[in-house]
Design a protein around this ligand. Structure first.
Ligand SMILES: Cc1cc2nc3c(=O)[nH]c(=O)nc-3n(C[C@H](O)[C@H](O)[C@H](O)COP(=O)(O)O)c2cc1C
Length: 312
């Protein structure tokens, strides 16, 4: 099996509770990229971010923390913090497309500023020795922006460049620009990882055939929509295990239990689980009614009834 599968960071979803539950029941993921850490102008990491990457909360998982910043000093501060925890790699988020982020020149909002990217990396590489990988899009406005950045990255020993072949403006929809992704491969000697819209084994196989030189693949929403997917990709099979619903139920109950302990009050717990179900429901076609019931549930009992209807 010559390729690696990574789990994409999804803020609000792929926290340590999800990662542990996923790994217990499904597997197939080599490395989990954790959702971003972001500082708010001061050199202080919020407790929730700290909790997410604490080694004790990630036992037996291969995790890479991520930072979203446009400031070298913040980068260095977080790099040193994660190094103290034992992490060897820090991933830099240059992909987040949300206007609240991009307007501040963060995430994909930094992709039209190659000079700044260069100066941040220069300082970071001088002042710390952490391994850096980058997660990015083709650009903010246009796919061409990446071709100003790849030559700059060529001067630094970045471990890998994870590319989601869309622009920031596209958010998470619209066509993937696979031709530009191919050009990126031809444009750099760095290791490239593909990320975007892998939701079935067949789709993965088609992409793997189109890009035979790629052996690092990252999956985000597809893992939540179908947590069996990474294992099935690894085994190159479209056949689900016979105990599919039972395994999924146990995974679901573990998540529910974890979030019941972490969140206060049924409304918060049900809302959290509902957001997961907006993805999970893809695994249960014809269950849209159940999803509505989950959304309307006012108690954990009502929530569990709705879930049982979907899962039995
Ligand atoms: C709800 C949500 C949260 C996300 N959070 C992050 C994040 O924290 N860091 C990051 O690099 N990308 C984040 N992303 C982007 C994903 O990691 C991924 O690049 C994108 O969804 C495309 O991959 P996919 O089609 O396999 O989901 C997020 C995406 C979504 C939909």
């Amino acid at each position: 099996m010559g390729f690696k599968l990574f789990s994409s960071p999804l803020q609000g979803f792929t926290d340590f509770r999800f990662r542990n539950a996923f790994n217990k029941y499904f597997g197939g993921i080599d490395t989990f990229y954790a959702p971003y850490i972001r500082l708010n102008g001061i050199h202080e990491i919020k407790p929730a971010y700290k909790r997410d990457i604490l080694p004790i909360n990630n036992n037996g998982l291969e995790v890479v923390p991520q930072i979203m910043t446009n400031n070298a000093d913040e980068f260095i501060y977080v790099a040193k913090y994660v190094q103290e925890l034992g992490y060897k790699e820090l991933n830099w988020n240059l992909g987040c497309p949300y206007p609240m982020v991009t307007k501040r020149g963060l995430g994909s909002g930094l992709l039209n500023d190659p000079v700044k990217i260069n100066s941040i990396l220069k300082k970071v590489y001088i002042e710390c020795d952490i391994t850096i990988s980058i997660k990015m899009r083709l650009g903010y406005d246009k796919s061409e922006e990446i071709f100003q950045i790849l030559p700059i990255l060529q001067a630094f020993p970045v471990k890998s460049i994870i590319i989601h072949p869309r622009t920031g403006k596209q958010l998470y929809k619209g066509e993937l620009d696979l031709d530009s992704f191919q050009r990126c491969i031809d444009y750099t000697t760095h290791t490239i990882c593909y990320n975007g819209d892998i939701t079935t084994v067949a789709q993965f196989n088609a992409l793997a055939e189109r890009f035979p030189m790629i052996n690092h693949w990252m999956i985000g929403r597809g893992i939540i929509a179908d947590p069996f997917l990474p294992g099935m990709i690894k085994n190159n099979t479209s056949t689900y295990p016979e105990n599919r619903k039972i395994t999924f139920s146990m995974f679901h109950d573990t998540l529910l239990n974890e979030y019941s302990q972490a969140l206060s009050g049924p409304a918060h717990i049900i809302m959290k689980m509902f957001h997961f179900w907006e993805y999970f429901i893809n695994s249960f076609p014809n269950s849209q009614k159940g999803l509505k019931k989950i959304k309307k549930a006012k108690s954990i009992n009502a929530y569990e009834d709705a879930v049982r209807e979907i899962l039995t």
